[in-house]
Write a protein that binds this ligand. Structure first.
Ligand SMILES: Cc1cc2nc3c(=O)[nH]c(=O)nc-3n(C[C@H](O)[C@H](O)[C@H](O)COP(=O)(O)O)c2cc1C
Length: 326
């Protein structure tokens, strides 16, 4: 039987399938289900700074006549204890499971990231995933400044914690290869390509805004495939590919492109956690057929540097000869 174990950011995973940050990883019970289903690791549901901002810690009533005092104490308390439920959950999960547990944080203001990261590390998380997304609406902020924000967050968190740190980003960057290398200079341990977000929509009957949500489709896997292949051969850290990963074939392709691991969410919502076992079995079968004993035997074999016809990773226009559609 081939060995499907992989190393991701120095963490040893029994297989490359990580359950992505989602409702599937939001409690001890859920994480135990993922572990029992064969997951290599899990990324916990993100701790969102925004949702903590709505907590009150029971202070509003006692400080009702002292608005300034309330604001002051609230800001400090929130920072110190806001994530406590989350860190309690990490402790509980670590005490009751044995697969690697990656905590996930999403902050809005830059100065909170390192504090939360430290709280996660102290609670026993094996690694941290920084889930960064900022919508560019500030007309005075150019793309350099926007990218600097990402680099700065990676720098401050890496200076604060000793456990591995991954960064999960969306796909909308104009010069990702350069930026990804900058993360490497800040000692990032893993890049997760790519997050998939909810999108805005409009209800034309009520003439109101709403948020659109859908699970990913299998076609979406080609975007992380392209960027994993283009960057995996030179980045000094690991890539974890996500969005649109549905089958063992997808996982094999992403490993061939150079990913160290993959994350899945939608397919598990749609078909159940049993899909993890099916993907691993499919991976083992393919490895046996091809004579590969370990993932290292074929990881990156078709990255941009190694592939015989790497132009496929660059090509994006619909030329008839290639798309076979007129
Ligand atoms: C219901 C749901 C909740 C999610 N919540 C989070 C989250 O809290 N943090 C995060 O980084 N990603 C979150 N995601 C994104 C997933 O982690 C993943 O990156 C994305 O769904 C792409 O993978 P997929 O194609 O397998 O669904 C969520 C996805 C779904 C479907």
């Amino acid at each position: 039987m081939p060995n499907t174990s992989t190393s991701y950011m120095g963490l040893q995973l029994r297989n490359p399938i990580i359950v992505a940050s989602s409702g599937l990883t939001r409690s001890l019970e859920k994480v135990k289900e993922c572990e029992a289903a064969g997951a290599g690791a899990v990324v916990l549901k993100s701790l969102f700074e925004e949702s903590l901002a709505n907590k009150d810690f029971g202070m509003k009533d006692s400080l009702v006549d002292h608005a300034e005092a309330y604001d002051y104490y609230y800001a400090r308390l929130e920072k110190l204890y806001g994530g406590q439920e989350y860190t309690d959950m990490i402790r509980e999960i670590k005490a009751n499971t044995s697969i690697p547990i990656i905590a996930s944080i999403n902050c809005v203001s830059t100065d909170w990231w390192p504090d939360y990261a430290l709280q996660m590390e102290s609670a026993g998380a094996d690694a941290i995933e920084l889930n960064i997304f900022t919508t560019a609406t500030d007309l005075t902020m150019d793309s350099n400044k926007m990218e600097e924000l990402y680099v700065e967050i990676v720098s401050v968190v890496k200076r604060k914690v000793g456990i591995p740190v991954a960064l999960k980003i969306g796909p909308w960057f104009s010069a990702l290869p350069h930026l990804a290398l900058e993360f490497g200079h800040r000692k990032l341990d893993g890049l997760v390509l790519f997050n998939r977000f909810t999108q805005p929509d409009i209800d034309i009957d009520a003439i109101k805004l709403k948020t659109s949500f859908s699970f990913s489709t299998g076609d979406e896997v080609h975007l992380p495939l392209r960027w994993t292949a283009l960057m995996s051969h030179y980045l000094p850290y690991d890539i974890c590919a996500t969005t649109g990963v549905k089958t063992s074939e997808d996982v094999i392709k992403l490993l061939l492109a150079g990913a160290s691991s993959v994350q899945v969410a939608s397919v598990l919502y749609e078909k159940g956690l049993g899909t993890i076992g099916e993907i691993v079995t499919g991976l083992e079968k393919w490895m046996s057929e091809k004579g590969f004993e370990s993932i290292a035997d074929f990881k990156g074999k078709l990255n941009f540097h190694a592939a015989a016809s790497p132009a496929h990773y660059l090509r994006a226009q619909f030329m008839e000869k290639i798309s076979e559609v007129e």
